[in-house]
Design a protein around this ligand. Sequence first.
Ligand SMILES: C[S@@+](CC[C@H](N)C(=O)[O-])C[C@H]1O[C@@H](n2cnc3c(N)ncnc32)[C@H](O)[C@@H]1O
Length: 357
Amino acid sequence: MNGADDFLRQIPSTRYQGSKRRILPWIYENIKDLPFETVLDGFGGTASASFLFKLMGKKVTFNDVLLSNYQTGIALIENNAVTLNEADVEFLLNENGFEYPSFIQDTFKEIYYTDLENEWLDIASHNIHKLSQTYEGRTLKIKRALAYHILFQACLTKRPFNLFHRKNLYLRLAKVKRSFGNKVTWEREFQKLFMKFNNEISSKIFSNKLRNKATCKDILEVKTKGFDLVYFDPPYARPKDTSPKDYYSLYHFLEGIVDYKNWSKRIDWTMKNRRLIREKTKWEQGELIDNFDSLFRRFQDSIIVVSYGEPGNPSVERIRECLHLYKSDVEISRKRYKYRLNQGNNQNLNEVLLIGK
Ligand SMILES: C[S@@+](CC[C@H](N)C(=O)[O-])C[C@H]1O[C@@H](n2cnc3c(N)ncnc32)[C@H](O)[C@@H]1O
């Protein structure tokens, strides 16, 4: 392992909104000399930063409040060696004589995927559940997490904007000229995408010989002890927003797949896009700056690193002042950044890294 760009090549691809994958070399340059062996990635998302820390030989705790991201944390961070073999993939992609449920077909008709795709998603989701016929214990936990993570990458790839925020299958199917997205990719079969992502992920799984783990908690409830460094990449709020981006509403469909048997009870049936009933995390309640304050107070014994977007609410300056209450030395680095998925809205966006020591 030589440097920042070598790290980037090893980190799995993702289409997750807000992923820091592309700027990890810059993050690495800023943190590589800090004295830490244990690290918490508190808003882990698709585990890009956790994966970097794992490659750096640190003992990593990945955390994210979404169940779907928790599966990614198990698959990529906790997991040191397990992959899906040919028999697993064969089992997951095909019908195996079970009595298959039809919840996705019945509930999401014409919303995100075609009828045939919905039918396949019902089958694949059930097959993931049924991996218990072949595996148990820790192996089952990791095989399932891998299968979910890979399925989610396929699901995102086939969605306009890679999200589930609107009922907009028509955008994908309409025979019109469009200035965004890639119809060829959207129309690739789920089975092919699953095999592609499985090949990619299988080549990336590795052990750094430490016990890394994944948790699924509200950040304000994560235990604070035992981390030399904490890294926070919280949902972003633009200057005029009063609350941060709501990841539940962007990725509810993936949450539903992980919690398939409770999905119908959790859906907000008044919404056309059949999203889940809103569950506000602690991070989305109260004043944003107060949440930063609670976070910094709780983790004041660790080096605190925050990824942030500028302009944002609260401003970088207010976050710096808040961090300074608990840390005598606060450094700030900035980098111009264009989010691939959101072009046009962010001409003047800076990626910011605040480091409190
Ligand atoms: C900007 S994204 C993180 C992206 C991540 N660094 C990556 O590279 O993929 C913010 C994440 O915070 C998670 N999140 C939101 N509220 C949270 C909370 N209260 N506790 C923990 N995680 C939360 C969201 O699910 C989302 O994945």
